[in-house]
Design a protein around this ligand. Structure first.
Ligand code: FE2
Ligand code: FE2
Length: 363
């Protein structure tokens, strides 16, 4: 019997034996397969929904007002559930006593070399909490779909989130421990806006505040405000190494590069618009060539190919040298942004302009 078939047979047996309506029991999970594979089976084959919580003794899930500024659907008073088998484990194992503040989770489908779609995930927890290893066992509640309706995003597309406006009694519970979460050592630290370990200069704090105030999609899945902050952290490292005399300009560009983003799409429109808007925020101390270089860098930061048809790295943009722009500054900025492709399943070295960023990739 094939491995897959055998797995499904065992899952089926466990499901029949242990998940009975109104029994509300803890499943005795004694299979060798990861629990998220069993959850995936329950969603795909049995049509169940999942809700993760660190509270292990919920008898009935009560609707509560959610607070997700990202979409209208996330603002109802309801019991939320998902079809993704990984996200509820992430929420279940966050120790209630240790995790508060912002946590970010996202899932993206990405295609591999063969064009097959696979899921990749991205998780962030505030740095102070993350350093305390805030994990403890929790529960994934298994729910029947009939009380739920499927959510839509603000553009009207169906999403993998469901809501019930009435209380829901779970069919069964699956205890999960931190070891059941396959991304435990990949959770990134989300540094608070005023990170005391980073020496933010006054000009930087002011710029940050202004850009944050007009950033339209602070809670987006792929480009939340945290993305810009991460690009700032990257550029401090890269520009600090390759063009330290242009550090202020580089940091400015990192805060501003996605300022015109209105959605998570990959087009160049936000880059072109952003280049025009960004100029209004440039600190007075920047030199004319720094300003021109930033405008160029922002304008072209989302290009998918270079004018010569090659990869969009600075070496393939002859106009940079013709116009007397600062190549290293542009390179640092582009690389700082592209290193964040990590979150989307990997960075392709050929899109990086500096040796320094290529080395960072291996760290
Ligand atoms: Fe961008
Ligand atoms: Fe970006």
């Amino acid at each position: 019997m094939g491995g897959m078939k055998r797995k499904y047979k065992l899952f089926e047996k466990l499901y029949r034996k242990q998940i009975k309506p109104a029994r509300d029991n803890f499943i005795e999970y004694d299979l060798a397969y990861p629990k998220h594979e069993f959850l995936k089976f329950l969603v795909e084959e049995k049509g169940l929904l999942l809700h993760g919580s660190n509270n292990r003794v919920i008898g009935t899930l009560i609707p509560i007002k959610a607070n997700c500024g990202e979409k209208k659907f996330g603002n109802l008073k309801g019991v939320y559930a998902v079809t993704d088998p990984i996200l509820p484990i992430f929420y279940a194992i966050q120790d209630n006593g240790k995790v508060w503040g912002t946590t970010i989770s996202g899932r993206f489908s990405s295609a591999d070399k063969n064009g097959d779609l696979s899921m990749s995930y991205h998780f962030e927890i505030e740095g102070d909490r993350l350093r305390q290893k805030p994990w403890s066992p929790g529960v994934v509640y298994l729910l029947a779909k009939k009380a739920f309706r499927q959510g839509r995003n603000d553009r009207g597309y169906l999403i993998g989130e469901w809501v019930s406006l009435k209380p829901v009694r779970p069919l069964a519970k699956l205890l999960v421990t931190p070891a059941d979460f396959p991304y435990l050592d990949q959770v990134q630290s989300l540094e608070p806006e005023t990170d005391p370990s980073v020496d933010h200069k006054k000009w930087e704090n002011e710029l940050k505040k202004k850009v944050r105030a007009c950033y339209k999609i602070p809670f987006a899945e792929i480009h939340p405000w945290g993305h810009s902050l991460q690009v700032v952290r990257n550029v401090k490292k890269i520009a600090g190494a390759v063009c330290p005399s242009h550090l202020v300009a580089a940091v400015t560009g990192a805060y501003l590069h996605d300022i015109a983003r209105e959605n998570d799409g990959s087009g160049t429109e936000h880059a072109i618009k952003g280049a025009a808007i960004a100029a209004k925020y440039f600190p007075k101390s920047l030199t004319p060539s720094e300003k021109k270089s930033l405008t160029f860098a922002i304008y072209h930061h989302a290009d998918l190919i270079a004018p010569n048809g090659g990869f969009p790295v600075t070496a393939n943009f002859p106009e940079i040298r013709k116009k007397g722009l600062i190549e290293k500054l542009i390179a640092a900025l582009w690389d700082a942004d592209r290193l964040e492709m990590r979150r989307l399943g990997g960075v392709d070295k050929r899109y990086l302009s500096t040796k320094f960023a290529k080395q960072l990739l291996h760290k």
